[in-house]
Design a binder for this molecule. Structure first.
Ligand SMILES: [Zn+2]
Length: 244
């Protein structure tokens, strides 16, 4: 499958995003999109980015920038369009996650439902639901398209999630996509991640892992157990970093 990931807004020009609590929307959308790209690629999917790098400017005017996004998706004949944004309003109390679609009743709405649910569960954000909205990027793309309003930059608690847990937003969106689009990657994905992490941490080496796989009778079962232990170790490590 081919995914078009649209990191909302640009770092300069007429299409810059919202600001709030020291965050720039275009920076957050880039971080989430870039992580989502690698997750999908590791899962064997092909990805087209509208912004190919962080400071990529897509047009002189806002209209030009928006039109370019749907054109990139349509020209590449992508199967799904995923636009990433952050919300912002005057009232600092408004908070939560919502996913937008051009119209209810199609594949986009179903994907939006799954993605919305995964984010709310993983991040604990307030569930504002899936909404219809006449956005240029949703209207002008040929394939099913969703626009993820991750959380509110203008709300203090939400902004902390965006600042420190942007990877978790990407992971939740990825999980929602996998569920709806039938991408089965969980085992391979976590296997690769844990092995990479073990090598990076110096817990083992590439040669060591190969030896285990080749020379132990029940290599597969053993690997699964090792992965579970290492995943828990990674979680604990992450938690301890947050505390510090
Ligand atoms: Zn936006």
């Amino acid at each position: 499958m081919k995914f078009c990931i649209d990191a909302g807004h640009c770092s300069a020009g007429e299409d810059t995003g919202a600001q709030g609590n020291g965050l720039l929307e275009q920076d957050i959308t880039w971080l989430v999109s870039d992580k989502l790209r690698s997750l999908l690629e590791v899962a064997g999917q092909s990805v087209v980015m509208t912004r190919e790098y962080k400071d990529h400017i897509l047009g002189k005017t806002e209209e030009e920038s928006l039109n370019r996004r749907s054109r990139i998706c349509n020209d590449a004949k992508c199967d799904w369009f995923i636009s990433i944004h952050g919300n912002s309003v005057k009232n600092p109390a408004s908070h939560g996650t919502e996913v937008l679609v051009y119209a209810f009743g199609g594949q986009a709405e179903k994907l939006a439902d799954t993605v919305q649910n995964e984010i709310v569960v993983k991040l604990g954000t307030y569930d504002r639901g899936v909404k219809e909205k006449n956005c240029s990027v949703l209207r002008k793309t040929n394939c099913p398209a969703i626009l993820v309003e991750t959380a509110f930059l203008s709300n203090e608690a939400d902004s902390l999630l965006l600042r420190y847990q942007h990877s978790d937003f990407a992971e939740a969106i990825f999980k929602g996509i996998c569920k709806h689009c039938g991408i089965k990657v969980q085992e391979r994905y976590s296997y690769h991640n844990t092995v990479n992490q073990m090598i990076l941490d110096g817990v083992t080496s590439v040669e060591n892992m190969q030896y285990w796989e080749q020379n132990l009778d029940d290599g597969t079962k053993l690997m699964k157990n090792v992965c579970t232990i290492i995943e828990r170790y990674q979680e604990l490590l992450k938690e301890s970093k947050k505390v510090r």
